[in-house]
Design a protein around this ligand. Structure first.
Ligand SMILES: Cc1cc2nc3c(=O)[nH]c(=O)nc-3n(C[C@H](O)[C@H](O)[C@H](O)COP(=O)(O)OP(=O)(O)OC[C@H]3O[C@@H](n4cnc5c(N)ncnc54)[C@H](O)[C@@H]3O)c2cc1C
Length: 388
């Protein structure tokens, strides 16, 4: 497998890097402190460099590129601000779900604004009592009046669910009868503003503070049959497919942040004086920076392999889980080392590496936690793993 990027991919990477370093990195600390969703920045990013359009088909207004191209853009965004990268990846992942499984009507109505980066969407799986344990979801949709469904339940920690540019929430709900032994789920597109849907107060988070995260309360929210994404009963399969591209994107989010940690640490080690020489002249500092560099490069290889294979349609569950697991675990280690290199200054809120440590912590929990990825890896290696 060749990891060499094409000239077009290098150009894309350079464009996003230049834009993100000029427009996002200098304000990332203010965004974090304000802890408000940066609508204007998201719109500006897509007006000026059209990141959200990268992986969509040209017929939907996209650039017709792939998961690798999108991952390169996410990596560069995350190098400036992982939170903005995360917002973008969730919006794009929901759009890709619509592109793959949505009806012509859903695509026509909801895709153009996602592709143009004028709107965002969420995928609402997690519930207060069940995150990793997806079989524990309780939200339910009951058929009412022939071609309509009434959805009730509660979703927790949903990214992109309540911003002023949120267009829809993709809600996963049980649609099998209560008495059936095996539950099946259906994915519904619930447009923003649907009566019966209440978006709760934004969470006060440790990191990803400017991402838009809310609980969603559904109390008899009525949507038509035409709001089903894919087929009735296929919700679990579709969400699983969405998570596959999301795993490539989250690996890229973690990788970009790890690279930023390394960039800052090298610069600081060269600049800072200690014991009459530069900090970077001390062998234990050199060791920390060398360790960081190896972890960053290994992350890059796993993330690229997953994205290249995802584009080719050959990515295995094992490769996706390994990329997600490794890139996300290691980004916490790299951020911690970066803080150590920065000493007391690294512990200050306005030192970028302290924000990196807070931000990337959640990548080990969300989108299939590290424990869940380990179990997937062990299962793929033939061990007797049960998820019940
Ligand atoms: C900022 C943020 C944004 C999020 N965005 C979204 C979103 O957009 N959409 C969405 O649907 N969800 C979202 N989530 C939810 C996220 O996906 C869940 O938090 C995650 O899946 C873990 O679920 P949980 O919090 O219920 O923890 P639990 O599932 O209760 O897990 C608790 C701990 O137990 C471990 N664990 C769980 N099961 C096992 C097992 N079988 N064996 C060993 N260990 C296990 C977990 O790894 C974890 O460490 C978000 C969460 C946060 C914090």
């Amino acid at each position: 497998m060749s990891f060499e990027l094409t000239q077009d991919q290098k150009n894309l990477q350079a464009t996003v890097r230049e834009w993100a370093q000029a427009e996002v990195a200098p304000i990332a600390y203010q965004l974090d402190q304000a802890a408000e969703f940066p609508t204007e920045l998201y719109l500006k990013m897509n007006r000026e460099i059209g990141i959200a359009s990268i992986p969509f088909k040209e017929e939907h207004g996209g650039l017709g590129l792939g998961i690798l191209d999108m991952s390169l853009a996410i990596e560069e965004l995350a190098r400036a601000d992982q939170t903005l990268a995360l917002t973008t990846m969730v919006a794009v992942a929901t759009g890709l779900t619509l592109q793959s499984f949505g009806s012509p009507l859903l695509k026509e109505k909801y895709l153009p604004d996602i592709v143009a980066g004028k709107a965002i969407g969420s995928i609402a799986g997690t519930e207060p009592q069940a995150g990793s344990w997806t079989a524990g979801f309780k939200s339910r949709a009951e058929k009412v009046g022939g071609d309509k469904w009434s959805i009730s339940g509660e979703k927790a920690f949903i990214t992109n669910s309540g911003a002023d540019i949120t267009s829809y929430n993709l809600v996963c709900a049980i649609t099998s009868p209560k008495e059936s032994e095996k539950t099946s789920m259906t994915l519904f597109l619930v447009p923003a503003g649907t009566p019966g849907v209440t978006i709760g107060k934004a969470y006060d988070k440790l990191g990803w503070r400017s991402s838009d995260t809310h609980p969603i309360f559904l109390d008899g929210a009525v949507v038509g049959d035409d709001m089903i994404v894919g087929k009735e009963g296929d919700g679990r399969y579709i969400v699983h497919k969405t998570y596959q591209s999301a795993r490539c994107f989250l690996s890229a989010c973690a990788l970009g942040l790890s690279q930023a940690c390394l960039d800052h640490s090298i610069a600081y080690a060269k600049d800072r004086q200690a014991f009459g020489r530069s900090l970077g002249g001390l062998q234990l500092i050199q060791k920390m920076i060398a360790d960081m560099a190896v972890k960053v490069e290994t992350s890059r290889l796993l993330a690229r392999q997953a994205a290249i294979k995802a584009d080719a349609g050959t990515a295995s569950i094992l490769e996706l889980a390994m990329a997600k697991y490794y890139c996300c675990e290691v980004s916490s280690e790299v951020a911690d080392l970066a803080l150590q290199v920065h000493g007391g200054w690294g512990f200050m809120n306005d030192c970028p590496v302290s924000r990196y440590l807070r931000d990337t912590r959640i990548t080990r929990i969300g989108d299939g936690s590290s424990q869940i990825q380990s179990m997937i890896i062990a299962k793929e290696l033939g061990l007797d793993v049960t998820f019940t």
